[in-house]
Structures are given as C-alpha cells and as structure tokens.
Write a protein that binds this ligand. Sequence first.
Ligand code: FRU
Length: 493
Amino acid sequence: MTSELLQKAREYEQRVSAYISPSERPVFHLTPRVGWMNDPNGFSYYKGQYHLSYQYHPYSTKWGPMHWGHAVSRDLLHWEYLPATLAPDQPYDDAGCFSGSAIELDDGRQLLMYTGVESNIGEDGVRRDLQTQCLAVGDGYEFEKVPQNPVLSGDPLPEGFSRQDFRDPKIFRNEDGTFGCVVGVRTDDGSGAILLFESPDGFDWHFVTVLDRCWNEFGRMWECPDFFALDGKQILMTSPQDMSALGLEFHNGNGTLLLIGSYDKAARRFEREGVQAVDYGLDFYAPQTIMSPDGRRIMVAWMQNWDTCHAQPEDKWFGQMTLPRELAFRDGRVVQQPIRELDALRGRRVAYFDVPVQEELTLRGVYGRVIDMTVTVRPRGSDAYTNFRMKFASGSQHYTSITYTPLTSTLRVSRDHSGTNRDFVHVRECFVRDRGGELKLRLILDRFSAEIFVNDGEQALSLTFRTPLSADGISFQSQGKTVINVEKYDIVM
Ligand code: FRU
C-alpha cells in the first residue's frame, strides 16, 4: 500500500515537474524529476528496461529527508520519469531511505535493499541516528517494505564497527544463486571498511567478513561500495569521505576509489593489489555499476560533489547523473568509455584533419553545448610544444578549459570562468600517459556538464557548470606548434 508520505511526494513531483521545461534540463543526462538528487540507487536492468533510482528530496533543491526518485530507459540516454518509489515512512527509516541497490529474485520480483535511517537521541541528548539495511519488494514500479525490516542491523557486527555509519548496501547474485552484499561502515579508528554479508534468499542475511579496511589511509568513512569482477580482476569500489590529497591524486575531499585485486571466492578473501581514482574532474561521487544484458560492466555516478553543491534560488532541480560508462581493465588500469549507445545519437558531423594550431583558433562548425567531440593532438614536425589548451562552453564572459602540458604529462581542467558562484575548488590536474606529445580527448557536453575521456578512457574527468547556453564556443591554442584532428557530432535525441 502506498503510504501517505509517498503519495504526497508523488503528487508533488507530478504537479511541480510540469513547470520544468525540457529545455531547462540536460538533454541525455538524468536530473531529478523535481528538487534535489544525489547518489544513483537501485541501478538495474529489469524486465527489458534499465531502472535508475536516486537519492531524492523532491521538496527543495537542498538535501533533506531522503526518498527514492525513479526513472527508466531502454538505452540509458532517453529517460522517462516514474513515480517515486520509497519515502521515509516507517519507524526504522523515518530519518531517510538512504542509498541502496536492486536485484531480481527467482520469482521475477525485484528486491530493493537500502539503508533505513532511524532517528535516535542518545542518553546525553545528542542525536545519533541508527542505520540498518532494509528491503522492499515489488514489480519495478510499486514496492512494499517487508515486515521483517530491518533485515541487517549493526548488532551482529564485531566490536569496533559503527551502528550509526553503516550504510549503502550493494546487492549481487553469486554463481550458485545465493545473494551477497557489500556495506560501508565506520570503524573505531574513525575511518572505514567494507563488509561482506550473504543470504540464501535475499531476505535472511548474515555477516561474513571484512573485505577491506581504510586504516585512515584513503579518506575516512567508506561510502557506497560496489564489488564486481572485471576482465580477470576483482574490483572493490568505494567513495571515501574526507580524502587527503596525495600528489595529484584525491583532491576532491569526497573522492572515489577503485581497490583493484583478486578474490578467493571459497575463502571469501579479497587481496588488494593496487588503487586507482575513478574520476579526475570536480563532480563525481557514489558510482554504482551493473552488468548489462550483453555483458558490459556499466557505471553511473552522481555528477556532483558534496563540496560543490550550491543551488541558486531560481534553480528548479539540483544534481545530475553522469553519462553511463563502460568499464574494462586494460594495461593495469580500469578504463572507462561512454556507453556505445551514444553513437546512435550522433547527428551532424564536422571533421577537420591536420589543422596546425598556435594562436587561438576556432573552426567553422565546431561549437555547441550538446556534442560528442574527439580531438587528437600531436606535435607539429619535430617542434616541441609546451602546452595545448582547448576552451569550450565559451562566450564573452565564460569558458571552461582543458590544458595539456607534455613536459610533465599533466592535464588540467579548469572551470573558474564557468558561472559558478564559488570561485574555489575549480581546478584539477592529473597525470596522463606520456605518448610523446600525442593526446586524444573525447569531450561530451550536455548543456551543463562536460565529461572528458583521455586516451581512450585511461582517465575520465567530469564537471558541471552553469554558463548561459549561448556560451557555446570552442577554441584551440598552443604554445609551440601542434597539429590537431577534430571530429565533432551534435547529439540528437
Ligand atoms: C553518499 C551518501 C550515502 C548515503 C546518502 C544519503 O553520497 O552520503 O552514504 O546513503 O548519500 O543521501
């Protein structure tokens, strides 16, 4: 039965979303139906459609009591809103239905597993909400929270694991049909760990092991874990809070981390072999992955960062998802590429080959704010160049830019002229592979965001901006001589 709180959210979102014209949203990136969005939730392929829910506060463009908003798509690009699925309407989730995931049961129903946050005031009068894992079962559209909720509380956990910060279950099926889930938890050293739980049927859960721990090395609390096999490796993905920068790594505070290793299934032992940041832009957090029906590991994330959430009073929505990306493990790294479904939306093509660049240069037909553009840069002849810069979303007052410095093999993205109202945390730099001055950039723009894939996805950089849509210029410039190829497609829905 639909609770009063859920009914109210559904009526509200239906009524108020009528005042948001599609022209005020990105074209192929999912935004909240109304109000606020954060993490992707319940990302799944279920009964012929991709389902993507999200942390949702319909009533304002700021974070508030968490609901789950809901959308479906057949190609991960055309999204259709559905009524919100969860509201904080039970004693065990009265302070919010936090992040979680979805899986199909043997009987064809869909199971949502999420964190219920129960408001709780300690004996000292200090608020210490409790977090437990809860279930809802449904048909992909309507869900019932199960009577046995919460199905996983912190009580059976060993000493030293928090009951207050214990969240974001990511559920998966094991090969033998049983269920597993990973959950983030705060540890008594103030940092975090990822715990593994198992269940024969998805309902009855028990604690199995600690898969990996932070030991205050990579941030503190580890949020939003995911655990999957990728091209012979096992990946434990998490979003650590409060990361400290290390060289050019981890500058976002709230970062994203891939723990890359191997997994001994019988012993339930994850052996970490290396780490990698997921994204080097300014706005990327809480990614979640699925396996598509044709066997691709697809990741989507919240294209925002807790430190860069500054909705303006006139905003009708806040927060958006990244473009879904295909993951692979190649040459020792996890690489990511835009989902191939995007190719089908490529419209008008403009291409240039072997264009010499030095002074700032624009090319006829190369502009736009909803585009898929690949630029390859190489030194001209034997001349070395000291840097190459591409500006985009550029107008009389604004631009966003990428600058490559071959000497240090660093790529720098900057949006400090991008219309944001806080002029800090707007530059990030990362190392890219030295290819003798050659560089390949694929830039996806969708009105209010840029996603840059470097050298076929070895690095990805995501960021949002608020420049007026008339700022649609693109220019190229280099110190020292370069030659570029440009292939630009308008994206047409
Ligand atoms: C990550 C997060 C999750 C939590 C949710 C609350 O962005 O903090 O850990 O479940 O957001 O909205």
